[in-house]
Design a protein around this ligand. Structure first.
Ligand SMILES: [Fe+2]
Ligand SMILES: [Fe+2]
Length: 317
C-alpha cells in the first residue's frame, strides 16, 4: 500500500483556506510579533511550494531546490521560521511537555475540538475561507477512496487537531512548522536552517554533535522533537489508535526525516518500518485540497459513527 495520488480531476488549489485567530473574549490572541503568518495555513501552502505534487512538476529544471525556495519565500513565512528556529530549544521543549503532557488543559470530545478549530478562521478573506473541517474531511475522504482501513481514514480526519494549542495561547511557531529533533545537531536539510545560528542550543557543544544527548539508533520514542501540534495530539490520542496511526500523527510534520531522509542515525529498525506509514500519509495531507468542498451533511453521520467507534465522548487535552 504505497502512496497514491488523487484523481487529476480534483484540482489542487494552493491558497484557498486560511486560518487565523479570530478576536474574541474566549480566544487569547498571541502577540503580533509571535504571529508573522497571515494564517496557520500559510505554512502548509508554503509546504506545497516546497514539495509540489509530483505530476505537477513540469521539469527537473523547475523542481524546487532549497536555493530556489529561499529566494521565493514570503516574508511572513521567513519570519515564522526565524522565530521557530530561534526558540525551539531543549529547554523550551521540556517546558512545553511539562505544561501540556499531563493533559490537564481541558476535557473535550473529538467533535468539540474540530468545532473549536473551525473558530480559527480567516477574517481577511472570507470568500475563499474553508474551515479546518474541510481539510480534515478531504484528507480522510481521499484515504477512504483508496480503500485504506477505517483507523487510517480516522487518522486523516483528526491529524491536525493538535492545532488547538493556538486556542491555549501558543504562538504559531510552537504549533505548526516542520518539526525536528532538539538536543543534537540541526540538519542543514531543515528549511531555512541558517536561522539556527540564533538558537541558544548552538552554544552547548553537547547538543551539537551528530547524536547530541542521544544514543545512536536509540529510537525516535527517546528523542525530544520540536514542540508542535503533532507531538501534542499524539499524546492526546495514544491510548485509542494503532501504532501505525500514532506514528503518522506524531511525525507528519517531520519533513527533514520523511522527505529529506535525515536523522536516520536516531531511528531504530521499528521507526524505519513505521515511517512507510508516515510517507504513505503525507500525500493525503498535502495534495487533497480541492476547491469543491465535500458534502459535509451527507458525510458527517458516517464520520460521527467512525469517531464514536474509536474514541470516548471526552478526551483529556
Ligand atoms: Fe499538520
Ligand atoms: Fe494537515
Amino acid at each position: 500500500m504505497g502512496p497514491r495520488y488523487l484523481n487529476s480531476d480534483q484540482i489542487p488549489i494552493r491558497f484557498v483556506s486560511h486560518i487565523m485567530v479570530r478576536p474574541s473574549d474566549s480566544v487569547k490572541r498571541v502577540t503580533e510579533n509571535d504571529s508573522p503568518l497571515d494564517s496557520l495555513h500559510e505554512w502548509e501552502d508554503d509546504l506545497l511550494r516546497r514539495y509540489p505534487e509530483p505530476q505537477e512538476s513540469p521539469s527537473a529544471e523547475e523542481s524546487h531546490t532549497f536555493r530556489d525556495y529561499d529566494e521565493g519565500t514570503r516574508p511572513g513565512v521567513r519570519e515564522f521560521y526565524r522565530l521557530n528556529h530561534r526558540y525551539q530549544t531543549v529547554d523550551f521543549v521540556r517546558s512545553m511537555r511539562a505544561k501540556y503532557l499531563p493533559l490537564q488543559q481541558q476535557r473535550m470530545g473529538i467533535w468539540e475540538a474540530i468545532e473549536k478549530l473551525n473558530a480559527l478562521t480567516d477574517d481577511s478573506d472570507p470568500d475563499t475561507e474553508l474551515p479546518q473541517i474541510v481539510h480534515a474531511v478531504q484528507t480522510a475522504e481521499a484515504i477512504r477512496a483508496d480503500g485504506h482501513p477505517d483507523w487510517f481514514v480516522l487518522t486523516g480526519l483528526i491529524h491536525d487537531l493538535g492545532k488547538v494549542l493556538c486556542l491555549f495561547g501558543e504562538p504559531q511557531w510552537a504549533v505548526v512548522g516542520d518539526t525536528f529533533p532538539v538536543g543534537c545537531a540541526f540538519s542543514d536539510k531543515i528549511v531555512l536552517a541558517e536561522f539556527f545560528t540564533d538558537n541558544p542550543d548552538t552554544q552547548f557543544p553537547e547538543y551539537q554533535t551528530t547524536c547530541g544527548i542521544y544514543e545512536e539508533h536509540c529510537g525516535l520514542e527517546n528523542v525530544l522533537m520540536s514542540w508542535g501540534h503533532d507531538e501534542y495530539l499524539y499524546h492526546v490520542v495514544k491510548d485509542y489508535l494503532p501504532i501505525e496511526a500514532l506514528v503518522m500523527i506524531r511525525y507528519h510534520s517531520f519533513y527533514p526525516a520523511h522527505r529529506e531522509g535525515e536523522y536516520q542515525h536516531l531511528m531504530n529498525a521499528h521507526d524505519q518500518e513505521l515511517f512507510d506509514w508516515v510517507r504513505c500519509f503525507n500525500p493525503y495531507d498535502l495534495y487533497t485540497k480541492v476547491d469543491h468542498p465535500p458534502d459535509l451533511d451527507r458525510l458527517l453521520p458516517w464520520y460521527q459513527d467512525l469517531v464514536s467507534r474509536y474514541f470516548p465522548d471526552e478526551l483529556a487535552w
